[in-house]
Design a protein around this ligand. Structure first.
Ligand SMILES: Cc1cc2nc3c(=O)[nH]c(=O)nc-3n(C[C@H](O)[C@H](O)[C@H](O)COP(=O)(O)OP(=O)(O)OC[C@H]3O[C@@H](n4cnc5c(N)ncnc54)[C@H](O)[C@@H]3O)c2cc1C
Length: 492
């Protein structure tokens, strides 16, 4: 029999008869810690996909390097098996009676995942990096003392899936969201504005997207939130997942959910013992989008029939850098006409790609260029003469370096039952708040079903580990399921 152990640097190595370095966790008395696992088992793919390289005749069980059985305990046994570039961790112990799940990411997918787990009687802890609040790409920036308020990622959302509509109805009842009735359209260079019909309901957070995300869990009782917290290490150990932020331990859990994507998720997964999850995550491609937040003294309007029409939001066509513009003031404060006009402008994905820089460290010269490019294109889109756009009295430039998925496996969630680990997020189904919420909901129900089964038939619960990806259609700022545009043009 061969045993493998995770040392604290997360390198998987064969078990040596040495005193192991254990994850430092004050909740766990050191004397009670036992190291996992022996018995290499083939990993079957319950989802009907390919078998692991080892099982498919790649040499059977890993070669035994230490013939002696590990002297460490076996109360919660795990087996680690070689697969792809990393070793696969396999939890072989029965599922605990009252399992607890760690959700890494407090965007809408993670939040819906934890509240659905709660409905199924399962406790969870959400870890999120957010300094000002939860929500991830449901983000709102408030600038004091005015205050100026900007939704600076998700602008509004639609609901085409009855399961998401049910959630939205609950948020409506609680007064967290409302339907948005302002004028929305497509704006072509020169001020040609085509309204988009209001046949599909558009929803916004009443106080903005982040306050909505922050309020979703306010009545949940068995959800624990830890933020700001950047989980930097996942260690499978003794039948549990141990989470760490730098050197600070954050407890141990029966299962983990990765509810974020991009570079951070790739780094976190790369040494986690979850090669199938890692491979799927690495296939994901993401766009980059610049956001310019700008506050003006007066409204920005489109010329129409010799008068000027205010509008709330527009998908912009026919200019180089700009894909979307929206007036947060008229969206969030429709009855307060005398407030500063807070606009969010988004670049196209093509412009974002051409002008990508490290998002944590944007050079001043790049920020200035992006601001001027976007403002020039606002002027062009509105059909204003050169130099006539009023100057904003406040601006802020931000890069969403991992903005929106450009490819997707088109499945609600991914779950590796051997590693007791899953992934949820918008990218699994598309690029919208709805996609993210449905993904979180689906993964929570899947994990709850798996726990209920006791974990004795893990292969029946493997999903999404081998699905192929295809391109995502939609706008540069995502998808709006159910929304149609109509040819009814307001000529300048
Ligand atoms: C510019 C832009 C405009 C958009 N406009 C719209 C729109 O109008 N309508 C619409 O429906 N959708 C829109 N979207 C898409 C929508 O915002 C997303 O689809 C949705 O919010 C994604 O939710 P999520 O939970 O999958 O991921 P996220 O919201 O990205 O949440 C992931 C969370 O995990 C956290 N995290 C990451 N790593 C760690 C770690 N190691 N430890 C702890 N926490 C971590 C992140 O900080 C983040 O809070 C837009 C997106 C962008 C970028």
């Amino acid at each position: 029999m061969t045993g493998f152990v995770l040392d604290s640097s997360l390198v998987l190595q064969p078990i040596k008869p040495l005193k192991p370095r254990l994850p430092r966790n004050p909740r766990l008395p050191r004397s009670s810690i036992t190291i996992c696992a022996v018995e290499p088992r083939p990993i079957k793919n319950g989802g009907g996909g390919r078998r692991s390289s080892m099982e498919a005749g790649g040499g059977g069980a890993p070669r035994r390097r230490n013939p002696r059985k590990s002297s460490y305990g076996t109360s919660r046994r795990s087996v680690i098996k070689k697969s792809f570039a990393q070793e696969q961790v396999v939890f072989a112990s029965p599922v605990a009676k009252d399992p607890v799940v760690a959700i890494i990411g407090g965007g809408i997918s993670g939040l819906v995942c934890c509240s659905t787990l709660e409905e199924r009687g399962i406790r969870s802890t959400v870890f999120d990096t957010g300094v000002h609040g939860l929500g991830g790409r449901m983000a709102t920036r408030m600038i004091d003392p005015q205050p100026l308020v900007f939704d600076h990622a998700a602008q509004f959302f639609t609901a085409s899936d009855p399961r998401f509509q049910k959630l939205v109805d609950r948020w409506l009842e609680k007064g967290l969201v409302r339907e948005c009735k302002g004028l929305l359209g497509e704006l072509e260079a020169g001020g040609r504005f085509t309204p988009i019909p209001s046949s599909t309901a558009r929803y916004i957070g009443v106080k903005g997207m982040r306050p909505l995300a922050d309020s979703i869990l306010c009545q949940n009782h068995v959800v624990n939130i830890v933020r700001p917290c950047w989980i930097s290490k996942l260690e499978p150990f003794n039948g549990m997942w141990y989470l760490t932020e730098k050197e600070k331990p954050h407890g141990h859990f029966d299962a983990i959910v990765i509810a974020h994507n991009g570079k951070c998720a790739n780094r976190l997964l790369s040494t986690s013992g979850l090669p199938l999850l890692t491979r799927q995550m690495k296939r994901l491609e993401l766009s980059a989008v610049w956001a310019l937040l700008a506050a003006f003294k007066d409204p920005l309007s489109i010329p129409h029939n010799g008068a000027f029409t205010d509008f709330e939001g527009a998908f912009v066509k026919g200019v180089d850098s700009l894909s979307w513009m929206a007036n947060n003031t008229s969206k969030l404060f429709p009855l307060h006409g005398d407030m500063p006009q807070c606009w969010t402008f988004f670049s196209t994905a093509a412009y974002g790609k051409r002008n990508k820089v490290p998002q944590e460290n944007i050079p001043r010269v790049t920020a200035e260029k992006v601001k001027e490019d976007l403002l020039n294109d606002v002027e062009l889109a509105l059909g204003l003469s050169k130099g006539s756009l009023q100057r904003p009295f406040y601006t802020r430039v931000q890069l969403w370096g991992a903005a929106l998925p450009t490819n997707t496996p088109g499945i609600p969630c991914i779950f590796d039952p051997h590693g007791r680990a899953g992934i949820c997020g918008d990218w699994l189904l598309g690029s919208s708040v709805e996609a993210a919420a449905i993904s979180g909901l689906s993964l929570a129900n899947h994990i709850a079903d798996y726990f209920q089964s006791g974990g004795s038939q893990p292969d029946d619960f493997a999903v999404g580990l081998h699905d192929e990806f295809h391109a995502v259609a939609g706008h540069d700022i995502g998808q709006f399921p159910g929304m149609k545009s109509e040819k009814q043009v307001l000529e300048p």
